[in-house]
Each structure stands twice: as C-alpha cells, then as structure tokens.
Ligand binder design. Structure first.
Ligand SMILES: Nc1ncnc2c1ncn2[C@@H]1O[C@H](COP(=O)(O)OP(=O)(O)O)[C@@H](O)[C@H]1O
Ligand SMILES: [Mg+2]
Length: 299
C-alpha cells in the first residue's frame, strides 16, 4: 500500500527548544494511527508541519504523495486537521462556518455532506446557532466538522477529546471509525491511552522530538511481558522458599510475579501446594498501554 503520510528527517527548533529532532515515519493508506507522547513531546508541531503551518528546518513531509511545501494546495486538500486549540470565528453560525470552510476548498454546493456531518456529530439542532453561544464541547464538535467538509483522505485529530464529555467522545469515535472503514486514514493524538488502545492499529510514541517506540498496538502491549500474577497470602502464611527469589513483595503484603506466558503460573501453584501455603487471593492482570507508555518514557 502507498503512504498516506510520509515524513523524512524532519527537524524543527523554536529558539532553544528542539521540538522535532529528526522524525522519519510512514503511515499507510487506511491506517488508524496513534501519536502518543507527554506534553511538549512535539506532537502538535509535527501536525502543524503536516498542515503546512510550521516550516521544518530540515526534511520533508508528504500527504498522499504531495509535498506539503512545494505542492501545498494539493497536500492541504487531502488533509483534515482537528486542532488542539479552540479557534473559531464568533460571528458565524455553525452552518455558515462549515459553508465558509467549504469555500476555502472551492467546494460550492456542499449542503448534503454538511448535513451528514452535522447529523453524525449531533450538531443538527445547533446548525443555526452562533459559534460564540456554543459550549466548549460543542465548539470542539464544530472543529471536527470543519476538518471534514472537504472529505479529506487523511484526517488528523490533535487531542480532540481533551476535556470533553463522554458522550461526545463516543459519538466522535464511532464517526471516525466509520470514516476509517470507508478508507480514510486516521491519525490521532490523545493522552487517553485506553482510547488509543481501543482505536489504533499502530502507534508511535514521541519523546523530546524523537520517536522512541513504533509498532502495532498488539506488539507494544506484548512488550510488557505477558501478564502479571498477584497473590495475597492467608493470615500467618509465609511465601515458600522456592518463590521468594522470584516474586517481589508490594505494599499491602501482595506478591507480584511477571509472567512470560500463562503456563508460568503452573510451577508457582505447584510450589504453593507443596508448601501447604494457603492464599487469600490470586489474580492475573493484563498490562495496558499505560504500562508500556510509562516504561518507554522512563527508558
Ligand atoms: N510556536 C512556538 N514557539 C516556541 N516554542 C514552541 C512553539 N510551538 C511549540 N513549541 C515548543 O516545542 C515543544 C513541542 O511542543 P508541542 O509540539 O506543542 O508538543 P505536544 O503537542 O507534544 O505537547 C515544546 O517545548 C513547546 O514549548
Ligand atoms: Mg499538542
């Protein structure tokens, strides 16, 4: 498959801050891709460079094969960005805002598609409301709608659900999932890791302007080895000698053992049985993306 987004050797410095320190990244057509990283990692700078709003110091970026600098209009036409900041013109209604945005892209009669977007983002009732009268969550919906008016092949969402209600998050995700099924490439930055875990097929983790992890979500989850076994001993019981070196004790008297695979639990149970050690509780926990994230960021 060809690349929806191609980023080659991109660097960007703001004064003393190296916001992007050499990014190489290909995102294939049809991917649902996650861009994760702590505040200040460079996510928004990278997205702004893709949208042609920030000029990189070195390297180049392409959207659907179009260079975002030398072929700006074609690249911009294929990209829809839902920005992190709430920027809007307070003098227009929701529908007018979307019509004006369509005009920027030279689309004349866009009513049917605008109606469909409004419907999917639950904005139909607000179509004739002035932007300044909308709540923060509603404004964010309009920003999402604005990014979609020209039916871009690639849709980039920069922390679109930061501080918005659960209802909007779910509505937005089901719409974005549908767009992805219809063939649109989606790039999402979020700090809700469970969101990335459930939506993204592949993830890049960014730290100080560098990609520090890039893999499928499934492989990243596998990195934090298998599962974790947690035991609570019954009162008066001591951990058998055979297990003492392998399990670590946590606050609250729980013992923890990382499992490479589920079969690893068998010898543990055997040792407990042999020693006649009774348990108060036993639990096998799956690691989540948050654990991967914390480990990668601490490395
Ligand atoms: N216009 C700018 N002027 C100066 N510094 C900036 C500007 N934009 C971003 N930065 C800096 O670049 C770094 C990366 O910022 P940003 O891309 O917004 O990170 P993220 O979106 O991952 O939180 C930060 O240190 C930020 O302060
Ligand atoms: Mg940002």
């Amino acid at each position: 498959m060809s690349a929806a987004i191609r980023i080659e050797g991109v660097t960007k410095r703001f004064g003393g801050v190296q916001a992007l320190a050499g990014i190489d990244l290909d995102i294939a057509e049809g991917e649902f891709f996650g861009l994760l990283g702590p505040n200040g990692a460079g996510k928004t700078t990278l997205i702004s460079a893709l949208a042609g709003l920030v000029r990189p110091d070195a390297g180049r970026l392409m959207v659907m094969g179009h260079d975002v600098v030398s072929d700006y209009r074609a690249a911009r036409r294929r990209l829809g960005v839902v920005p992190q900041e709430l920027v809007f013109d307070p003098f227009f209604t929701v529908r007018e805002t979307l019509q004006i945005q369509s005009g920027y892209f030279g689309i004349r009669d866009n009513t049917a598609w605008i109606d469909e977007i409004l419907h999917n983002l639950d904005l139909t009732e607000k179509a004739d409301t002035n932007m300044r009268q909308l709540s923060g969550g509603m404004k964010r919906r309009v920003l999402a709608a604005q990014a979609l008016v020209h039916r871009p092949a690639v849709i980039v969402l920069d922390e679109p659900t930061a501080g918005v209600d659960v209802e909007l998050r779910q509505g937005l995700w089901s719409f974005v999932r549908r767009l992805n099924r219809d063939g649109h490439t989606i790039v999402l930055t979020t700090h809700y890791l469970e969101e990335a875990e459930s939506l993204c097929g592949r993830i890049a983790m960014l730290k100080q302007g560098r990609i520090v992890a890039l893999d499928t979500t499934a492989n990243l989850l596998r990195r934090v080895s298998g599962h974790v076994l947690r035991l609570r001993l019954a009162a008066g019981m001591a951990l058998p000698a055979a297990l003492r070196s392998r399990m670590s004790e946590e606050a609250g008297g729980e013992y923890v053992l990382p499992l490479e695979c589920c079969e690893d639990i068998e010898p543990v149970l055997g040792s407990l049985r042999e020693a006649g050690c009774r348990l108060d509780g036993i639990e096998i926990v799956k690691p989540d993306l948050e654990e991967v994230f914390v480990r990668v960021m601490n490395d």
